[in-house]
Design a protein around this ligand. Structure first.
Ligand code: AMP
Ligand code: ZN
Length: 143
């Protein structure tokens, strides 16, 4: 629980929400400013800012709920597809610093883009640079 966190307020019941699912670990509710009909957020009940901050149990519960609720959200609004995504960190567009996954229903011809549309300028990387990046990820992986 973080004092001035709006999503902790939703978990506590101090902030109203249209909750569509909850258990001891996670809560899912409609986004207050939906990108499309049915736009739903899934959060861990415990306050964690970034995806990597979550212990295994919370992380697994969030991703399990995202996977399970996706088809229900899609069916509820008769959507044709779904974007499942997280803005992880301020530079990535995260505005609420409490982990949340977005389920955004998509409709044929809705004019929206793919996840690829979040970046406007593609990097121009050489084969060596790609090799270095791949090596650095392997080196930094704690798993
Ligand atoms: P993000 O940019 O990934 O941090 O997105 C935060 C999301 O939280 C936005 O889509 C907001 O519309 C949504 N949001 C903020 N406050 C509330 C609230 N009280 N209830 C439901 N959704 C909210
Ligand atoms: Zn919080």
């Amino acid at each position: 629980m973080s004092e001035d966190c709006i999503f902790c307020g939703i978990v506590d019941g101090e902030v109203p929400s249209r909750t569509v699912y909850e258990d001891e670990n996670v809560q899912a509710f409609l986004d207050a400013t939906p990108l499309s009909r049915g736009h739903t957020l899934v959060i861990p009940k415990n306050h964690h800012e970034r995806v990597a901050d979550m212990p295994d149990g919370d992380r697994d519960a969030v991703f399990e709920a995202l996977g399970r609720l996706g088809p229900a959200v899609e069916a509820a609004v008769d959507a044709d597809g779904l974007n499942v995504g997280m803005n992880d960190g301020e530079a990535a567009g995260q505005e609420v610093p409490h982990v949340h996954g977005h389920l955004v229903p998509r409709f044929e011809g809705d004019g929206g883009g793919a996840v690829h549309s979040i970046v406007r300028t593609l990097p121009d990387l050489s084969e060596d640079e790609l090799d270095d990046i791949a090596d650095a990820i392997v080196t930094n992986d704690q798993g």
